[in-house]
Design a protein around this ligand. Structure first.
Ligand code: URP
Ligand code: ZN
Ligand code: ZN
Length: 479
């Protein structure tokens, strides 16, 4: 199958050009001057399909490098399966995800990896890779880090919070970092001080402060800043590269920026919820001072931060200045009925997570419309940098000959209304949308995954199993 996308504005992170894009089979074969003439040869007359992208952007498919499909967590499991979650991602212009293999204390890392490969196999609508979560960092886990590298898993997530569930102590973190420094892999860090948070949570519940609002107040920015600093110091000590996930506090950004300015290999990711949503408007979610249970919809960790304190404004700025390098969703959806409501009388029992995998490309495009970031930076933070950061660039994250035919045709004159109801967009397996009522001045028109059109004109044309496992190399930001 040969497809030619004509007359679009091709947007790479490096610049834009009016060009035609030829996809041959699963791969981009050529980027041509508009008109598709090649040494007198009429390309358009010799392909199977022509897609007219006049007036539209032609961008590399989105890469969401932080998702948790069907993750067992908080006494339940994330409500999107690999099938439903990746289909929703496709609807929103994301053509690859990197999900997390979970290892709880006592479990064997390789067994868990094998299990996650089996969960995803034949289910996904788009391509997928894996990071590996490590909790108790056994000796066998260190051996597994080498073995998993050969399988294309080149990044390992550790947690400084969730004691008794995921938390690794500083010694365990140091051990894993020493291994990463020696084998070239990336350490990803959930940077919140778990002991401090656990104490504040206990005190809040004992004082009768049980509503979702207190999820935010018991995970203060100081706990994020302190853990971010500690993670940076341990990375400095060991020489491991460090990628801090879901950064929400401006003070944590400052820690990352300082380390980067000093030449350390430290990177930061934020998520749409930390750019748009806040403690006051969502977690409080009510006219009453401490909110209602409605706020449970936005219980996630790190938590939504105060707009009065300016975190959201600072996060956009950090994207512009490259103090923060990329945007993933941390997609970890739970329904209100039967899942979030486990914490009706105790916010600490609300499963942590927000579902956004479908909306990341749109929400960040709105940042272009609102002049928060440039068009090229939109592509960079949502596709090119994720590809580079996690060893997929060249094949993913760019429109150039030889890259996978993962292409999105985005209409800047279209419109997307997010949420449930007539004319609105919501395909994730949730009973609510954390983004209900958001209006986007743009629209995902066509999504092509390795040469196959899987979304077109508000129709889903793909099938379960279209997506393939992507073995990844080492981060392309490291020498
Ligand atoms: O609230 C969150 N972030 N849930 C998913 C697990 C994690 O920490 O990334
Ligand atoms: Zn986390
Ligand atoms: Zn996460």
């Amino acid at each position: 199958m040969k497809t030619l996308i004509t007359n679009g504005l091709v947007v790479n992170s490096t610049g834009t050009a009016l060009a035609d894009v030829l996809i041959d089979g699963e791969t981009i074969a050529a980027v041509l001057a508009p008109g598709s003439q090649l040494l007198g040869f009429d390309v358009a007359a010799n392909v199977d399909a022509v897609i007219d992208a006049r007036g539209k952007y032609v961008i590399p498919g989105g890469i969401d490098a932080h998702t948790h499909m069907e993750m067992p967590f908080g006494g339940t499991s994330a409500s999107d399966t690999f099938e439903t979650g990746t289909r929703a991602a496709a609807w929103g212009g994301t053509t690859s995800i990197v999900d997390f293999v979970v290892q709880y204390a006592g479990e064997n890392v390789i067994d868990q990896y094998t299990l996650w490969q089996a969960k995803a196999a034949g289910q996904c609508a788009i391509d997928y890779g894996f990071h590996q979560i490590l909790s108790d960092v056994q000796d066998s886990s260190l051996v597994a880090m080498d073995e998993l590298l050969k399988e294309g898993v080149s990044s390992f997530k550790l947690f400084m919070a969730y004691k008794g569930v995921f938390l690794s102590d500083d010694g365990q973190i140091t051990k894993a970092m020493q291994k990463a420094a020696s084998n070239g892999s990336m350490i990803m860090m959930h940077a919140e001080n778990g002991s401090v948070i656990d104490l504040l949570v206990q005190q809040a519940i004992a004082a009768g402060n049980t509503s979702p609002y207190f999820h935010g107040t018991t995970r203060p920015w100081q706990a994020e800043e302190e853990a971010t600093h500690r993670a940076i110091m341990l990375a400095n000590l060991t020489g491991a590269p460090l990628y801090v996930v879901h950064v929400s506090a401006k003070q944590a950004v400052a820690q990352i920026a300082t380390a980067r300015d000093a030449g350390q290999n430290v990177f930061g990711e934020t998520c749409p919820q930390y750019l748009y949503l806040s403690l006051e408007e969502q977690l409080a979610a009510s006219s009453t001072e401490w909110g209602t249970f409605e706020g449970a919809k936005w219980v996630c960790s790190t938590p939504l931060r105060s707009r009065e304190e300016g975190h959201q404004h600072h996060m956009w700025q950090s994207l512009r200045t490259n103090d923060i390098q990329m945007v993933s969703t941390d997609h970890c959806p739970f329904c209100m009925k039967g899942q979030k409501d486990m914490g009706l009388n105790d916010f600490s029992k609300i499963p942590n997570g927000i579902g956004s995998v479908e909306h990341r490309m749109d929400l960040l495009f709105q940042g272009v419309v609102d002049k928060q970031i440039s068009l090229e930076r939109w592509v960079e933070v949502t596709s090119t940098t994720p590809a580079r950061m996690f060893g997929m660039y060249g094949k993913k994250g760019v429109i150039q000959p030889g890259a996978d035919g993962d292409v999105v045709i985005y209409d800047p004159n279209g419109h997307t209304s997010i949420g449930f109801g007539e004319g609105r967009s919501h395909h994730m397996n949730m009973d609510y949308s954390a983004w209900e009522g958001f209006e986007i001045d743009g629209h995902v028109d066509t999504v092509i995954s390795r040469g196959k059109v899987i979304v077109d004109d508000d129709r889903y044309l793909g099938t379960k199993g279209d997506g393939q496992y992507v073995p990844r190399g080492l981060s392309q930001y490291l020498i």
